[in-house]
Structures are given as structure tokens and as C-alpha cells.
Design a protein around this ligand. Structure first.
Ligand code: PMP
Length: 393
């Protein structure tokens, strides 16, 4: 049997039509199959590989950590240098109030931890989230997901959750003294790159301040330079009480985190002790990889190149079948009439050596979230292929 057949038979599946390509190597902005066929990767593992696949500095850091230790103890008990170094550097690049990093093993778990922290610290129960938001697939994270379609089969979910419309100022009045936290993506990714409008995030911050509610911003997908600043919230002049990180945080290894003020975070240490615990959060190899990737992002000034690369994409993506291109930095949604056309484009692009997909809540939009290291030549070639494919369809 081929590996593809074994994959379909023995690896738990998430859809009836997985892409099921077998990639044997990845480097920079390229993916390779066994027969040597190569793809320009326009999605970088869905916003994970911001410094490209297998950046030499990341590989070096992983190899060094392999020689020191792998897992030695559950999270939180031992001083592990990769965790300490990474948490310290991250907090140096965050507002002073965000000075304590709790490492998890995934983005969903960062959401779970943050919701628990808000309930515990506030001694309140209500959590508010927004339509078309995605914060993860575990039951707590699913409870705040903004889509009945993905929630209904799994009810009952968490109680006391309220969903509002993103960008609606009027609906912010639903935030009250009983709200533990409001959780929002700074830029809604799976909605097809939905950007907060005209001071909406500031109004949200203000309402949270007035009611003593914690503001949780999810930058699992939009953090680490994706939107043209290191953190997306910098563009909207707000600072969250809790920041969710994941995806690019691990430099290609599994890692998540929620970041808060130490005063808030310390409420996990008592009543009950061990308020949130895990075995693998902040795994030393993942932290070593993430730390190296973060240094690459800073040292190679990758964030500074994002806006120019976005502009190049936009200048090349003109076709009468493209209804709109919504973007913020290198997070771009190319909108088509419907899912059918989008799917045809995606399939044809795979044949034409370009790898991409669509968005969860915007299935008519092609996803472009490449490594921030993508070159002008790769952008030009990928866009040329998109236009050629559209001409042929
Ligand atoms: N929040 C956002 C905004 C995400 O995009 C994702 C992952 N797509 C998550 C949370 C969940 O992260 P993970 O898949 O690592 O659990």
C-alpha cells in the first residue's frame, strides 16, 4: 500500500477530501514531493512558518537542545533555560503590563488557559466572543467560536457565553460587570481577513475598562509580524490584558502561550493551587526553536519587509474573476464569486506548483499567508500562476 492509502486508512481524518500530498522536504518558502515536484508555499503551515521552513538558525537551536535535554518534568516546576530565555525576550518586546508568559502545547490550550484565568481572577462567569471568530477546537475554545455550524453537533458547550457582532459599537453595551473577559482576534483571520473598523477596538478596550472586564486578544494567527507590525494590536492603539500566542511562536514546533500581568497570572498558584497545568507546555525543544525563530524575525528585520511584499502581491492580483483582495500585511484573502470557483483555483494551483487553501468562514476566499521570508521573485511567480489559472478556468 502507498503511504497515501495508509494515511487515509490509519491516520484520523478531518475531512472527506484531504489534500493528501506527500511532502518529503520543506525549505524556505518551498515544499517538495518525493518525485522532486516543488511548490511555492503560500500558506506557511497556516501562519506558522513566518521565518520560512527549516531556517538554519532554528535547526541549529533544536540540535543544540537535543544534546542537552528533552522533556524532563511537567510545566512549571523546574527552571528550564529555553522557557526562561524565551519568556524574558518576549516580554521585552511586549508592553510592560504583559510580563508573565504561561506556555502551553497549542493555541487552543492558550485559549482554554486564558478563559480559566479570567474566570478565576475576576470571580465572574460570563465570557463574550464574536461571530466568525476562531480560537481553537477544544471544547472551551469551541464554546467561544463564532459559528453555530461547527458548534451545534457538540452542544452542550460552556454556559454563559455571549456572542456579539465584530465591529458593532452598539453591541458593546452587552459587556457588563458580570463579564469575566471578552475574547477577540485582533484581526479576524478565518472570517477572511476582517479588520476592526474606526476605533472599534478602542471602544471595546474602553468598555472593558469601564466594567472591569479583562480584554483577551487572540494573536495566535496575526502575531509575529504577520500584519506588518510585530503585534497586530499595535496598529489599533490598544493593549490587551491577556494576549494569546501560538502558531509562529514555536518556529515550526508546537507551542502556545497566554501572556498577562504577573498579578493576574499568579492567581493560578492558589485556591486552587495548580490552577492550570499541563505536561508538555513550553517543551524545551519547542521553546529553543521558537526563541531562535523570534530572534531571526528581529535580526533579519522581517517585519519591516511585510508592507512592501503585501503591496507587490496587491499590484499583481488583478483579474476580472477576483472580486476583492482583503489584506493586512501578509495575511491576504483573495475573494471569488463562490467556493466552487475558489476550489477549482486551488486545485489548479496545486497542479501548477503553488500551494494554498481557503478560510474556515470564507470558503470563497483563497488564503495567502506565506512565510514572511518569501522573495519578490516567488511572489511574482505565484501571482503569475494565479492569473494564468484564472484565465484558463
Ligand atoms: N486562534 C486562532 C486565531 C487560530 O487561527 C488558531 C488556529 N488556527 C487557534 C486559535 C488554535 O490554535 P491550535 O490549532 O494550535 O490549537
Amino acid at each position: 500500500m502507498t503511504n497515501r492509502q495508509l494515511f487515509l486508512n490509519h491516520v484520523g481524518q478531518t475531512s472527506e477530501a484531504p489534500l493528501a500530498l506527500e511532502i518529503v522536504r520543506a525549505e524556505g518558502c518551498k515544499l517538495f514531493e518525493a518525485d522532486g515536484k516543488e511548490y511555492i508555499d503560500l500558506i506557511g503551515g497556516i501562519s506558522v512558518c513566518n521565518v520560512g521552513h527549516r531556517h538554519p538558525k532554528v535547526i541549529e537551536a533544536i540540535k543544540k537542545q537535543l544534546d542537552d535535554y528533552l522533556h524532563i518534568m511537567v510545566y512549571g516546576e523546574l527552571v528550564q533555560s529555553p522557557q526562561v530565555q524565551y519568556a524574558t525576550l518576549l516580554t521585552q518586546y511586549l508592553p510592560a503590563s504583559l510580563n508573565s508568559v504561561f506556555f502551553t502545547a497549542s493555541g487552543s490550550e492558550a485559549t482554554e488557559g486564558a478563559m480559566k484565568l479570567a474566570k478565576r481572577f475576576q470571580n465572574r462567569t460570563q465570557i463574550i466572543s464574536f461571530k466568525n471568530s476562531y480560537h481553537g477546537s477544544t471544547q472551551g475554545a469551541l464554546s467561544v467560536m463564532g459559528s453555530e455550524y461547527w458548534q451545534q453537533a457538540f452542544r452542550p458547550l460552556l454556559p454563559d457565553i455571549l456572542q456579539l457582532n465584530y465591529n458593532s459599537v452598539e453591541e458593546l453595551d452587552n459587556i457588563t460587570e458580570r463579564t469575566a473577559c471578552v475574547i477577540a482576534e485582533t484581526i479576524q483571520a478565518e472570517a477572511g481577513v476582517l479588520v476592526p473598523q474606526n476605533g472599534w477596538l478602542k471602544a471595546l478596550r474602553k468598555k472593558c475598562d469601564e466594567t472591569g472586564t479583562l480584554l483577551v486578544l487572540d494573536e495566535i494567527q496575526c502575531g509575529f509580524g504577520r500584519n506588518g507590525t510585530l503585534w497586530a494590536f499595535e496598529q489599533f492603539d490598544v493593549v490587551p490584558d491577556i494576549l494569546l500566542l501560538g502558531k509562529a511562536l514555536g518556529g515550526g514546533m508546537p507551542l502556545g502561550a497566554f501572556v498577562a500581568n504577573k498579578k493576574i497570572m499568579d492567581s493560578f498558584t492558589h485556591d486552587p493551587v495548580l490552577g492550570h497545568i499541563n505536561t508538555f507546555g513550553g517543551h524545551p525543544v519547542c521553546c529553543a526553536a521558537g526563541l531562535a525563530a523570534f530572534k531571526v524575525l528581529l535580526n533579519e528585520k522581517l517585519v519591516e519587509g511585510v508592507k512592501k511584499k503585501e503591496a507587490l502581491f496587491i499590484s499583481l492580483l488583478h483579474h476580472f474573476k477576483i472580486k476583492a483582495v482583503r489584506s493586512r500585511g501578509l495575511m491576504m484573502a483573495v475573494e471569488f464569486e463562490n467556493f466552487d470557483l475558489n476550489k477549482k483555483v486551488i486545485d489548479a494551483l496545486i497542479v501548477a506548483n503553488v500551494f494554498t487553501d481557503w478560510f474556515l468562514f470564507a470558503s470563497n476566499c483563497l488564503r495567502i499567508v506565506p512565510p514572511l521570508t518569501i522573495s519578490d521573485e516567488e511572489i511574482t511567480l505565484a501571482c503569475k500562476k494565479i492569473i494564468t489559472v484564472l484565465d484558463a478556468l
